[in-house]
Design a protein around this ligand. Sequence first.
Ligand SMILES: [Mg+2]
Length: 293
Amino acid sequence: MERKYKFIVNPVAGPDDNVKYFKSLKAELRDRGIPFSSKKTKRAGHAGKLVRKRLGKPKAVIVSVGGDGTFNEVASVLVGTNRLMAHIPRGSGNGLARMLKIPSQIRKIADYLESGVTKSIDVGQINEDYFFCTCGFGFDALIAHHFDGSEKRGLKGYVNYVCRSFFRFKGVDAKFALDGEAFVGRYFAVTIANANQYGNNAFIAPLADLEDGLLDVTMIKPFPLWYAPFLGIALFGKFIHKSRYVETRKVKEVDIESLSLSYFHRDGDVYHLELPAKITVLPRVLNLLVPSC
Ligand SMILES: [Mg+2]
């Protein structure tokens, strides 16, 4: 049976004009005779609303066109529903899309929609909310907090702030359990990962598998200043799990009892974490279209 597509387009996502990008994509789909319709989102939260409206209607593949935020909203409604979704990555991080090798170039996207196959992936749950890529606390959450809703996202401002706070950051005192194993101590960052990277090819959990029913926890302990460049190389080189300041576990459940710094991120965005918090994995509950090879 021929697939139909319903696009949920975030017009303000992306490195350049997403409206122009989507126009080119529409032209390509028309040329190929691929049936589709589309809706633009008007504000944060609107994508989820549009998808909820579609749930009772004929079964078009729902396609999010935007960044990780748009993906989250759409996917959160579709978890556990058996509906198929696709994603066109237009954000800056795109961790999940990068891991699954979902392209963004127009012709390749049309190929992906035409010949992609369904993959049922795991989804992480924190308290009542979902995450698809990573969540956690520590230095990365502090940075996410500083840049939340801010226009200061320019690379220069970003690098400047990361460097300044790096020198001041003393770590987070945390008390948590991984499948019942207790951890108490000071950490530079602790990441609970469903996907293997934050985005931008920063592989915080190189061994993560989206279909194993487990979360990969990467715990980075405080390290001396001279070690920072090595840690950076290990992060982008896919071997951070081998670092002497890093400990990892594959688990089904994370229970966080207390944190000395309350900053927490979910898929790179600031998240208000209610403590104590329970983080679990829902095995293979999201049907995602992935490229066929
Ligand atoms: Mg896994």
